[in-house]
Write a protein that binds this ligand. Structure first.
Ligand SMILES: Nc1ncnc2c1ncn2[C@@H]1O[C@H](COP(=O)(O)OP(=O)(O)OP(=O)(O)O)[C@@H](O)[C@H]1O
Ligand SMILES: [Mg+2]
Length: 288
């Protein structure tokens, strides 16, 4: 089943001359991990806001086309239904907190939707493990680091078990260690849940290996999309559009131009090692 389908989607913020996004045709399969990349101001946040239904409900402007979530028009779903189906994590998690402790923060949302105590406890344990926040539960959400806050924000969204989770630059305000934690959590979500994950991210190196599909937004439209092995073909095009392929991918791409290899591009350092070993074997074997 398709989690998200957009057809000829367009949005122009009121007061703006140009459409922020235009002619966006997109199909996202259920239980896939999708990353949206692209330079600043090219429509990434606008696109995910349309998928989340924040646009048009909370903005003024001109809408074109359609967005469907599991076959239903987002503009016809109630705010409550949308919140059940889609969880949303921002770059700045601060705005989301309302409780005195991290545990209360997580429990509050779950009690609010009327879950029995046992289920609340079960979900609390589950999200604590997946987001590695077990040692933060009795702390105030205002007195922990930015990276820890982001983990709590992700935990509170995961706890609601939405079918789709959207993260808009979840690592952009964090230091390198904080970023690594978030990528580890994303890896856990991918492995341990059937959620459809849509993440807007500038860190190509770390997001590419996790992605089933990558989408390049450029000047408000999809300039390129596909699984990473396909997406990173024709690196010149990507570089012209502000995207630097992962180092390992770029390296093997260059080796490939020497004619020693014509297989698929590896997306991570780990995946490039056997490729390189093979090429060396072949070369040395050829000479011996
Ligand atoms: N609330 C708004 N009102 C008017 N114009 C907006 C609004 N939000 C975004 N825009 C404009 O829409 C276009 C796309 O912006 P958007 O925020 O979707 O880009 P983005 O790819 O998410 O950028 P970034 O990487 O900087 O987050 C830009 O020209 C931007 O100035
Ligand atoms: Mg944005």
């Amino acid at each position: 089943m398709k989690a998200v389908v957009t057809k000829d989607l367009g949005w122009k913020y009121s007061g703006r001359k140009r459409f922020a996004i235009e002619h966006v045709d997109l199909e996202i399969e259920e239980n896939t991990f999708v990353s949206i990349v692209g330079p600043n101001e090219h429509g990434k946040t606008t696109l995910v806001s349309c998928i989340k239904g924040l646009i048009p409900s909370s903005f003024h402007g001109v809408w074109r086309g359609s967005v469907e979530i599991f076959g239903q028009d987002v503009r016809k779903l109630s705010a409550q239904r949308l919140a059940q189906e889609i969880g949303f994590v921002f770059a700045d998690p601060e705005a989301q907190f309302t409780s005195m402790t991290v545990e209360e923060e997580l429990v509050f949302g779950l009690e609010n939707i009327g879950l029995p105590l046992g289920e609340v406890k079960e979900r609390l344990d589950w999200v604590s493990q997946i987001t590695m926040i077990g040692d933060l539960l009795d702390k105030s959400p205002y007195e922990i680091s930015g990276g820890q806050k982001q983990r709590v924000a992700i935990a509170s969204v995961l706890a609601m078990r939405p079918r789709i989770i959207i993260l808009d630059e979840p690592t952009s305000m964090l230091d390198p260690l904080g970023k690594d934690f978030i990528f580890e959590i994303l890896t856990n979500i991918k492995k341990e849940t059937e959620m459809t994950v849509i993440v807007v991210e500038h860190n190509i190196e770390q997001i590419a290996p996790l992605s089933d599909v990558m989408i390049l937004m450029y000047e408000g439209s999809i300039a390129k999309s596909g699984p990473p092995e396909v997406f990173f073909e024709n690196s010149d095009f990507l570089i012209e559009h502000g995207i630097q392929p992962p180092q390992a991918t770029a390296f093997i791409d260059n080796v490939r131009k020497l004619g020693d290899y014509n297989g698929p591009l590896p997306i991570s350092l780990e995946a490039s090692i056997p490729v390189l070993a093979n090429i060396l074997d072949h070369r040395l074997g050829g000479k011996g």
